[in-house]
Write a protein that binds this ligand. Structure first.
Ligand code: FES
Ligand SMILES: [Fe+2]
Length: 408
């Protein structure tokens, strides 16, 4: 049931975000229905994570457990990870099988989510069992529509979600294809808990100007500075974005006189190998951070490539899953470089660990912030693409789509 959400958004519109939006239980409950189960594409996994028929894995859509599986005919299916009997989670880890069996009372399902068997349906020795009018036929775990775009598997519960390319927009589609240009090879994954509401991290990702202020490693070792050529592209609906920069174009202007906390000229790295990169996409772009509403991220930072999944775990906890990859045709040196650069980006990454801390710094002030709002005015009031990263355009874009979805 869709209830009305009473929330007074400040009159300044997208230039303000009321702190209560991150803290209210009723908002969190409504997000489940209006966002994650609504007309959005949720990232489920990389296609390469299900290489063979019979492969399946557990994931989430919002905080709902979901299974994504490759059926024996090769097609990919996704369905809720909740047994039709009495609600046990069916699957906890990746596996490969002809069917999925619930551990609790052994109801079985095929890899499309269809119920195929009920243990002791006829009872034992003529006693007990399900009533004669109980039928297995036509029972199915709640299914998602699945689409695959450039090796990424997305799912949606809604019949009204636009086709994936229309949902992404041409600019974002192009920049996903830019990275996913050839067969990929999985390198591994990690998961971390962020002690904050999921939207504080969604803001953080779309805020390109914090990177060279918060992340000292970025600025000190000149991996990412706002004086480099770069920009922000925001999709037409606002929800998806790309920010990019080119390391070789650093003019260093504006950094010489500034007293930036993040700029430490008297530091050097003994081992420079981590900073060396190869221009593997041939366009000089050394950093590309891409998001898709609500919870998908793809990054290319030097030669570190990964996708991330933002999974809310309650109003004030969030799980962040990272999956790193390279390409099938990587030579040994490239593989080594990617592994080294895994130190840059991840839960303890030299240029990303501060994000895990700072989202909690925001979270911790929420109790005193009810009735107040954040200021989101860098780069103006709109959500347009800009050829600078000194802007919060993509943050406003997120809130535009969020408000549309939530009916605020
Ligand atoms: S809860 Fe799954 S078989 Fe009983
Ligand atoms: Fe960051």
């Amino acid at each position: 049931m869709r209830n009305d959400l009473t929330l007074d958004w400040p009159k300044e519109g997208l230039r303000r975000v009321p702190y209560e939006i991150y803290a209210r239980d009723d908002v969190y409950a409504q997000e489940r229905e209006r966002i994650f189960e609504g007309p959005v594409w949720n990232f489920l996994c990389l296609e390469v994570e299900l290489p063979s028929p019979g492969d399946y894995r557990a994931t989430f859509v919002g905080d709902m457990p979901v299974i994504v599986a490759r059926n024996r005919d090769g097609t990919i299916h996704a369905f809720e990870n909740r047994c039709l009997h009495r609600g046990a989670m069916l699957c906890l880890k990746p596996g490969s099988s002809k069917e999925i069996t619930c551990v609790y009372h052994n109801w079985t399902y095929d890899l499309t989510g269809k119920l195929t068997g009920v243990a002791f349906q006829r009872g034992v020795n003529g006693k007990g069992g399900m009533p004669p009018d109980f039928s297995i036929a036509g029972r199915h775990l709640r299914a998602l529509h699945v689409t695959i775009f450039a090796g990424l598997v997305f799912g949606t519960f809604s019949d009204d979600t636009p086709p994936i390319e229309a949902y992404l927009g041409p600019e974002i589609s192009m920049r996903i294809r830019r990275v996913m240009a050839k067969p990929i090879k999985l390198m591994g994954g990690v998961s971390q808990y962020l002690h904050s509401n999921w939207k504080i991290y969604a803001d953080n990702l779309r805020d390109s100007y914090h990177a060279s202020l918060l992340h000292m490693f970025f600025t000190t070792f000149k991996l990412n500075r706002l004086s480099m050529q770069g920009g922000i592209i925001v999709s037409e609906n606002g929800g998806n974005h790309v920010s990019y920069s080119k390391m070789a174009t650093d003019t260093n202007v504006d950094y010489d006189t500034a007293t930036l906390r993040a700029k430490q000229e008297d530091f050097g790295l003994e081992d420079q190998t981590m900073l060396a990169g190869r221009d593997e996409f041939g366009d000089g772009i050394t950093l590309q951070i891409l998001t898709v509403f609500p919870g998908f991220i793809m990054h290319q930072i030097q030669n570190s490539l990964a996708v991330r999944q933002i999974l809310p775990k309650g109003v004030d906890e969030t799980e962040l899953n990272w999956t790193y990859f390279g390409f099938d045709d990587d030579d040994a040196a490239m593989r080594d470089l990617r592994l080294r650069q895994t130190n840059l980006v991840g839960p303890g990454g030299y240029i990303s660990m501060e994000d895990g801390a700072v989202v909690n710094f925001v979270q911790r002030t929420l109790p005193g912030g009810m009735g107040d709002a954040s200021i989101v005015e860098m780069g103006g009031a709109g959500t347009a693409s800009q050829d600078t990263r000194v802007t919060e355009s993509a943050v406003r874009g997120f809130w535009r789509t969020y408000r549309d979805r939530m009916g605020i």
